[in-house]
Design a protein around this ligand. Structure first.
Ligand code: ADE
Length: 307
């Protein structure tokens, strides 16, 4: 870390807390994002009492290997991705697997040994692409610590827990499979993880990669508008989210529940918790097994389960 404040850094989970008696500016913290204000105060108020405290956030660098780079153009240029990229909290590089071929026709696939329908992605360009990316990863980042994830229906099913796990890395490499599959040697000797986004078969791993990076990027501190909103998400609490309302208080003849207009924060929080439990019991009762519920809440859940 080249910052003049290096000796004053304290790392707390994904955050670097900078303790400084003078204000620090982005130029002084090269290559990483500095965030000041509410988050800094929240995270540090109890622990430190420096004159100025900056919270520095690790940039997450994601490399995606694909045969169809153009598929990523539009999703990455709007919404959460654009915001994260513009704020330099996340860097996303799209690599065309075809660029790592050496023959005249840029061949990326071939017939399967043993016969069968469809084509199989060749191992050479995928290995070479990953090796080229890894050669640019500094020793400090530890290239062995970089997950190399193949998107495939055979992978472990994506969950919020997996998204949280992946959001802790500063680098991720995603490989989008295609055609009938990928040469098994890629699985055996290159990838460290395989992820599926559901029990259905897509025509390629690109949409799955977008789903994975969306779930991960929104967990990167500073990406969401409100730092607490990811914590309230469905699944983050182990429960589905409670119903949300906004103005107007009456639309057609449908009214917003009175408690939400009451201004009584304790009552609102109680209502939201109950609604989350009822909703989970009605729609996804199996999630309740792992949810942390009081005995009263468990009774409410049991009463709310569909017969
Ligand atoms: N590629 C094709 N289908 C997929 C799926 N369900 N999940 C991840 N990658 C895939």
């Amino acid at each position: 870390m080249s910052s003049p404040f290096a000796k004053n850094f304290k790392k707390i989970r994904n955050f670097y807390i900078v303790l400084s008696s003078k204000r620090c500016f982005p130029a002084e913290i090269k290559g990483e994002q500095q965030l000041e204000g509410r988050l800094a105060k929240q995270k540090t108020r109890r622990t430190f009492s420096a004159a100025f405290i900056c919270v520095k956030i690790k940039i997450v660098q994601i490399d995606i290997l694909t045969l169809f780079p153009q598929m990523f153009q539009s999703p990455l240029s709007a919404g959460i991705f654009k915001r994260a990229i513009d704020r330099k909290l996340v860097g996303i590089n799209i690599h065309n697997i075809r660029d790592y071929t050496h023959d005249k026709h840029h061949t990326v696939d071939d017939y399967p040994y043993g016969g069968g329908a469809g084509m199989v992605l060749k191992p050479e360009p995928i290995f070479e692409a990953v090796e080229a990316i890894k050669s640019n990863i500094s020793h400090k980042q530890g290239d062995n610590a970089v997950p190399i994830i193949l998107l495939t229906p055979q992978g472990r099913p994506l969950s919020q827990q997996i998204a949280v796990e992946l959001s802790k890395y500063s680098r991720l490499i995603l490989i989008c499979g295609h055609y009938e599959g990928v040469d098994e040697r890629v699985r055996e000797h290159l990838v460290t993880d395989e992820i599926s986004i559901g029990d259905y078969v897509l025509s390629g791993g690109e949409l799955a990669a977008m789903v994975v990076i969306d779930a991960v990027v929104r967990l990167v501190p500073g990406v969401l508008g409100s730092e607490v909103s990811a914590l309230d998400d469905s699944y983050a609490t182990g429960l589905l989210e409670y119903p949300q309302y906004t103005r107007p208080p009456v639309y057609r003849e449908w009214v917003v529940p009175e408690v939400l207009l009451s201004g009584n924060h304790a009552q609102v929080a109680k209502w939201q918790r109950e609604q989350a439990i009822i909703r989970t019991a009605e729609r996804r009762p199996e999630l309740l097994d792992k949810a942390n519920l009081s005995s009263e809440e468990r009774q409410l859940a049991d009463r709310s389960k569909q017969p």
